[in-house]
Design a protein around this ligand. Sequence first.
Ligand code: GMT
Length: 379
Amino acid sequence: MRIGITCYPTYGGSGIVATELGQELAARGHEVHFICYASPIRLEPDSRRVHYHEVEVSTYPLFQYPPYSLALASRMAEVAEHYKLDLLHVHYAIPHSISALLAQQMLEPRRLPFITTLHGTDITLVGADRSYFRITKFAIEQSDGITSISEYLRQRTVEVFGIRRPIRVITNFVNCELYQPDPARRAQSDLAPRGEKVLMHISNFRPVKRVTDCIRILQLVRRHVAAHLVMVGDGPEYAAAQNLACELALERHVTFLGKQSRVHQLLPLAHVLLLPSEMESFGLAALEAMACGVPPVATRVGGLPELVTHGVDGFLEPVGDVEAQAARVVQLLTDSALYERISAAARRKAVTRFCSSTVIPAYEQYYREVCEQTAAIRA
Ligand code: GMT
């Protein structure tokens, strides 16, 4: 098939999922066209059958806000027509679904189907905001296909927007060949001072991630185990996390790596992943860690219980309860039998339920269904 994909090309789960989906689809023989304002960060430059079309947003003194959604719609229509796309697949409802709807209308009488994948904050924060509520509901209802990355998010979408159309749950996925445990490399790693255990956090440092909780957890863990925290990513709470590390005299024990594109090389060097988020519709970083045999200590929110089985392949504790989360980390780092059991179960869960090889065919199947339905409506 010839598939157009639009996403936020920056650091953020939805862009990462969209990029990896595009690359996996291309590897399975599809032709993939990314239509975005920048090249997605995890896009391998020489991927075969993958094209990138930049959306240029021209400005004009009259525009206080350059109309990105319109430039995107225009580019979508252009690319769809020129490359004879079979469908558009947009990640994150606002504004991508509205642009796709406009592109579809611009291409009439041909009906170019578009699918919207909901990722989380497009529903729980942005979409639920009064100024975006109606347009988000409209965008979802007008989509030819709707997918959600977890059952939790599907239910929230129905509750918040009263959507009656079926929403297909297709979970996030991980490339289990790329994301692998590597105990030998971890034993030799110099990411932490010799012998110290590595706690890792990966996110876009938005307030919803509660990154300062990671620093507080480290402080509590260090009362029992020599541990070092590695913070990967950047965003609005970066300075707050750095300041708290200084305030608690922990700066020597925390490394801030900033944005990293090759997290599959970093994760296997960690012993535990911290994910103290206020909300996660799925928690992609936890899945990537699990694939590397790194147990997640996370919060019991949103879609995380669909991924992590508490006490079996990771731990889930209440939001903000840094004592409980730190106690789980200590438990893992001081009981090697428990650690080995949870680490193996985490890898096993990723391999059996969330590998790209299992999840990508579900997208392909859905694409076929949506294209057939659209063709039937047209006929
Ligand atoms: O975490 C964010 O704020 C970014 C956001 C996004 O759309 O880029 O992440 C959401 O999508 C990810 C990929 O599907 C999920 O793994 C995250 O759980 C979800 N974030 C939230 O629901 C807060």
